[in-house]
Design a protein around this ligand. Structure first.
Ligand code: TRP
Length: 376
């Protein structure tokens, strides 16, 4: 075995064994039958699904059955503002945008601006407020439909959310919270209550519209403990159990062994931020992207590189949409005809193109922020 790893909503570390997570968390693997089913409903298969980047789910078949019956679902996801957005954060949102387009679904996007304040020592509410607006720019830049996307901010929409959060909180005991999140008696009570706030958007549209609307939550696998708990409680207060679909993490530049998730807290050089300029991106990839190549060119040509551990290759599986191109890169690198410097250059070009467009849209988003925020 590859040793220890940790995946909780507050900490992701080590070389993650995703198959083991499936059984530990009790989610289901997305199998071929389900892939075909999604393809039939969506009209195509997103490359994140083809490549197992979105790999697990809860009740996805139910959501699609309801969809077939004409009972449309809404999407729910979120971001706890706490810093700048890096490419790893974007993975679930890129997929959420595809779901919105393919299923013509409304999206409720939560900004729990109290979450990181409650869970971390070094961040104030003024900080999270600043990051809320900054983070919104990155989300809007991905092209969500403004008519079908609603941003809710916990401290701003508290009047609407708190009633519902209380109903949820009343049904969760401290021992359930301890078991799901590993809390001890030293945990502050705000953090213990927090999961109730994260549950609310999964049924808030049903409350507002006074009818039961199915909910699908795309998210990175570390958030599953929240929804494991809320799925038990939401039906008890009269709303449908939300379905969910989970993705893996984009590995940090330093490689998958020391940090399974790309974390902004492991230093600016382990990540690429959406606001990094071209020179910075190039420098980070060339200097820090862990290489699966051999030590000398001679050896590399003879023995070939290892794409499994090569971060440039791994990142290309997230950012190169064309399967044929990706496969060609795999074989050339594996065989040794492509060198480390060359695969890095391919990644730099890919990210440069992606970020150029993103940064343009991000600037244009400044004027749109207000129109995305839920009006009461
Ligand atoms: N807890 C998430 C974070 O740390 C934010 C979040 C709120 C979220 N609601 C969500 C994430 C729903 C995924 C789905 O960023």
């Amino acid at each position: 075995m590859t040793g220890k790893f940790i995946v909780t909503p507050w900490e992701v570390k080590g070389n993650i064994d995703y198959d083991r997570l499936i059984s530990e968390f009790g989610v289901s693997k997305i199998d071929d039958a389900l892939l075909h089913r999604i393809e039939r409903n969506a009209g195509e298969l997103h490359y994140f699904l083809r490549r197992g980047i979105f790999f697990a789910h809860r009740d996805l078949k139910w959501i699609l059955d309801e969809y077939d019956k004409g009972n449309k679902f809404f999407l729910y996801t979120g971001r706890a503002p706490s810093g700048n957005i890096h490419l790893g954060h974007m993975v679930p949102w890129i997929f959420t945008k595809w779901l919105q387009d393919r299923f013509d679904a409304e999206l409720w996007f939560q900004f729990p601006d109290e979450e990181k304040f409650l869970f971390k020592d070094d961040i104030t509410l003024a900080d999270t407020e600043k990051y809320t607006t900054e983070n919104m720019l990155d989300i809007i830049a991905l092209g969500f439909n403004p008519k079908k996307t609603k941003f809710i901010i916990d401290t701003k929409h508290a009047g609407l959310m708190y009633r519902e959060a209380c109903k949820i909180a009343k049904k969760i005991t401290f021992s359930t919270a301890k078991a799901a999140f590993g809390f001890t008696n030293e945990q502050n009570i705000g953090a213990i209550f927090y999961t109730a706030m994260q549950a609310v958007p999964a049924f808030l549209p049903s409350v507002i519209n006074k009818k039961k609307i199915p909910c699908l939550i795309p998210h990175a696998i570390d958030q599953d403990p929240h929804f494991r708990v809320s799925r038990d409680v939401i039906p008890k207060i009269g709303y449908p159990k939300p379905a969910s679909i989970q993705c893996r993490f984009l590995p940090g530049l330093g490689g998958m062994n020391d940090d399974g998730k790309m974390s902004s807290s492991s230093g600016d050089n382990a990540t690429v931020f959406t606001t990094d300029d071209e020179k910075t991106v190039r420098k980070k990839i060339m200097k820090y992207a862990f290489s699966g190549g051999k030590d000398t060119v001679e050896e590399h040509r003879k023995l070939g590189g290892n794409p499994e551990v090569d971060i440039s290759y791994q990142w290309l599986t997230f950012f190169e949409q064309d399967d044929r191109k990706l496969e060609k890169i795999y074989h050339e690198y594996r065989s040794g005809s492509m060198l480390s410097g060359e695969i890095k250059q391919i990644l730099v070009d890919k990210l440069t193109m992606f970020l150029r467009k993103h940064q343009m849209e991000r600037e244009k988003a400044r004027d749109k922020v207000e129109s995305f925020i839920l009006k009461l």
